[in-house]
Design a protein. Sequence first.
Length: 738
Amino acid sequence: MNIFSLHSSIIHDYKSYIKSFLSIKDNRIKEVVEKAFEESGFMPEPLIQFNPSFEKGETLKELASLGKIHLELPAIFGDYKLYKHQVEAFKIGIQGKGFVVTSGTGSGKSLTYLATIFNKLLQDNSTQNNGVKAILVYPMNALINSQEEEIKKFEMNYLIGKAPSDTIIPNDLNTLDLKIEYLQTKTSARFPIVCRKYTGQENTETKDKIRKEKPDIILTNYMMLELIMTRQAEQWMRDSMSNNLQFLVFDELHTYRGRQGSDVSMLIRRIKNLAKGKIVTIGTSATMASGGTKLEKQQAVANVAETIFGDPFDVSQIIGEYLITCTNPENKSPNEWDLQEAIAKGINIEDDDFIFFNHPIACWLENKIALNYLPDGFIERGIPKKFSAIAEELQQESGSDPTKVEETLKDVLLWAENLNNKAASQSIRKSYLPFRFHQFISQTNTVYVSLDPIEKREITVKSGRYIKDTEGQDGDKFIYPVLFSRYSGHEFICVSKDFENNTLKPRDPSEVPQTLSLSEGKKKTLTELDFVDGYLVLPHDQKDEIWTGDNESDLPESWWSEKKSGRELLAFYRFQIPRKIYFNLYGKFSNDSIYEQWGWFISAKLRVDPTAGIVYEDSNTSEPTKLMRLGNEGRSSATTIMSFSVIKSLHHEGEDIRNQKLLSFTDNRQDASLQAGHFNDFLTAVRLRSAVGFALKDAPSGLKVYDISQRTWSLCALIILIAELVERREVEAGRNEH
């Protein structure tokens, strides 16, 4: 898989999606926006973060042979060399001390506390006594589900070791639960440790089962743990914790700060007061370490751990990562000639790991970018950087052609990716500069303009409040956010009238002003001071009268009242229709023609769009329905489009069907349900539109209104059937290959 083409495809699809919303009448604004799209004005260049290699330590079997841990532990977790930080944390844990692991993502932090807990329960033979002995707390239920799956893998390892040596798990057992059930039929042994999740999403039957079996380990979140400590229904668990609890683990410890951190700290103290025995407190975090030397970082984390857990922590209980190079350590700083020669020669991404180990560009990339060497001799991860910044550094050190440098750098990264894929397919626990793209995507920016004449005004997509006045003498000029009519594409400049200084000031378009209701407006004598927030609409041609008195006759009947002198517009609405004002480039305004420039002020919420000839009679119609920012995409739609693009791009890259996956996190069930519904609606709409397209294509002479539905439905059913058959074939092919 080529990560660069994958990334490019996804960004292209998303930009195309955003551009589909654009409706901009002013050509100068349109040019600025299109240029910003092409130059990443709306999407920053992704950051590249490397996952360095970790120093290895002993195996669990070696520790077991020394009599330090239970003999069953290697069978549960596997017999391979642990990372040094894992061994260090484990050795602290088996002494009955708490610890905090601050190693990076993918460094096996969860194994440190699981091995500690499993070892204690097995050695004490306390798994024979029902009761909650350890509580593992996670910030998200998605992490709980993931951890539950990992623990099931350990259970399967244990059962495989107890089953006959010729036992083969059938290929059609595609879940861990089915595999465990099958292995249990092959042996009378059972996994001695019972682990269950208790998140509040379990049904009554599941909760009753958990209450009866009283598992050794509970996986939960801190909100549910708070409820466990207060609700009558969980009295059985509090009693069990009081008599049995020995471990309390908080994963992602850095998430508990501020008021939430205080709540968690008090919760931990209440649990410790409840328990009759000593509780070992453990934390993990990949982003908790601060700046400074290694000792200073450890001390800072120790202080936080003491505050949260209420236990003394010294620096020896704070375990960081021990990094090593995956390239030749004797070639940390390739000279300019070596770099030039390597760039000129080019990269063959099919070369083996030995060539990679000694390659000057790979060595330079690891030691100058991926790693950072501290004055105290320790190595830490390098700061994530943009590809362009990395290429610029390499170009400066090598003196090579910038285009050739970028090409070589991409090839080295693809080479590393190729080597990592080969290692993974061969189950080799070795990595070659694995890296990740961090692409930050937010809702698109806002256009800002100055109040210069239209043909000269400043236009930018960079947020701010002022712009330097290079010609005038009155200081900086305001720049104003702009929204666009959904129907005409005309720009609506967001302003607020400052009557004290007679100045139009910029107004944040995301802050919809609180306006008077009709009933409130009838109870007082209205003035301009009651309608200070609104929009400034400028004519593209000074002869263009967007709004005149004649337009008032098109306003709804409910806006008028009958007087003896004739029909009259209600005061409440009179202040909400376009009113001509005069202004200068510094925002000074007047109702009289004392300034050269003029336009129409329309109060917010918008009742009349004179550029499109639309009247919004319903006051509940939201502003985003009438006016849009650039793109104005919804979160659910944006997520669906990007998700579809990721899966489509993985398919086009030829990725195995089993790896064409996307993982998404959300912080609550409602958002997850909404997004799932959005996905399903999207697929239904795609199939329907595809069927309509094929139906039209299959009927060159066209379709009649009375038979289009039947023809479309027939093709839609065929498309669904084909999709199901293709999916089934690909799944079967992947299963057979496996």
